[in-house]
Design a binder for this molecule. Structure first.
Ligand code: NCD
Ligand code: ZN
Length: 342
């Protein structure tokens, strides 16, 4: 069996900078027509100059990966209080996509995130007026399994207070989040590959698996099943966002393991496997591109990626530029592979 995907997009991707960027960006560019690039560098991307120079570095790292094909970098700014002039200027910037809001300290490199919601109001209002999408890491600082559920009232408040603001609930992990999506037109969501596959049992139920540890943490089977249903049944409000988050091997295989699952090079084969297993391959195109293009009016570079149900062995690690990163399913065989990407 084969499936051809047109312009697959990764709507939530961490590419880092420097050597890690050089190692990981080509792996995404090999399979995807474009990606929404997260701003949680150290220091974060929070002004126009750093957005432009980061976009350039991403472009250089992905140039020439596939002949004649551009990789569209949809760049994001890290949320802070921005003036109307700053927002107008950045909106006019080629490559600019939206603003990512992290509650302070909620995840990797988010120390400079939001502390005071009241102080955020003028910026949110202005983003609404200018049509700038807001992307949100929606977790509270509560008990780890309840963090997303505790954040849902904040999504609700945002959706009601700024009815014209496009709000993306990033990497949702709960049945409650899927349900909330249906209540407000201005909400959409990204879903990762790993949250479609895993529950907390896979992470810590047997031996502890650092390469499956991420934020938000994988939840219960009924949560995973609600996400699966939304993706497989073609819910138009959900989009694929891998949240592929590379950390050097030594930062994962240690005490105090960093949060993040590296999935970029296996994402499309694993999605094809999953959708095929559920007889839902006809909804994969919408999930990996169509829904996002419609929602945001994107016109990604024309690009076709062909997948076939032929097994591939996932490398034990990806190495280069002095970096080593371990992917999800390292060393295992997965049933589908990419056979053409042009
Ligand atoms: C991400 C990272 O490493 O940057 N980590 C993660 O566990 N997902 C940040 C994030 O998206 O939360
Ligand atoms: Zn992320």
């Amino acid at each position: 069996m084969e499936i051809t995907l047109k312009a697959p997009l990764d709507m939530h991707l961490h590419l880092r900078d420097g050597d890690m960027l050089r190692l990981t960006a080509p792996l995404s560019a090999a399979h995807f027509a474009g990606a929404v690039v997260m701003p949680n560098l150290v220091p974060p991307v929070k002004d126009l100059a750093s957005l432009s120079s980061y976009a350039e570095r991403v472009q250089i790292a992905t140039d020439g990966v596939t002949k004649n094909h551009e990789f569209a970098c949809y760049m994001t700014l890290f949320f802070r209080a921005y003036s109307a002039t700053e927002l107008e200027t950045v909106r006019a910037q080629r490559n600019f996509f939206g603003i990512k809001l992290y509650p302070a300290g909620i995840t990797t490199n988010s120390a400079e995130g939001l502390v005071d919601w009241t102080a955020a109001e003028p910026t949110l209002k202005c983003m609404e007026e200018l049509g700038i999408p807001l992307l949100v890491h929606g977790e509270s600082h509560g008990f780890v399994m309840d963090r997303e559920s505790e954040f849902l009232p904040i999504y609700r408040r945002l959706a009601e207070s700024y009815p014209k603001l496009s709000i993306c609930m990033e990497h949702i992990t709960t049945a409650g989040a899927v349900k909330l999506l249906g209540e407000y037109e201005n909400l959409c969501a990204t879903i990762t590959l790993h949250h479609l596959l895993l529950t907390l049992d896979d992470v810590i139920g047997g031996s502890m698996h650092p390469h499956l540890f991420c934020k938000p943490i994988a939840k219960r089977a009924e949560d995973r099943d609600a996400l699966l249903e939304a993706a497989l049944r073609g819910n138009p409000r959900v989009m694929f966002g891998s949240d592929s988050a590379p950390h050097p091997r030594h930062a994962k295989e240690c005490c105090g393991c960093a949060a993040g699952v590296f999935t970029a090079p296996i994402a499309l084969p694993c999605l094809a496997t999953l959708f095929a297993r559920h007889g839902a391959l006809d909804h994969l195109q919408e999930f990996v591109s169509g829904n996002a293009c419609r929602r945001y009016g994107l016109t990604p570079p024309a690009r076709e990626v062909v997948l076939r149900d032929e097994p591939m062995c996932v490398p034990a690690s990806y190495r280069g530029y002095g970096q080593t990163v371990v992917p999800m399913y390292a060393g295992e065989e997965i049933p589908w592979r990419v056979v053409k990407n042009w």
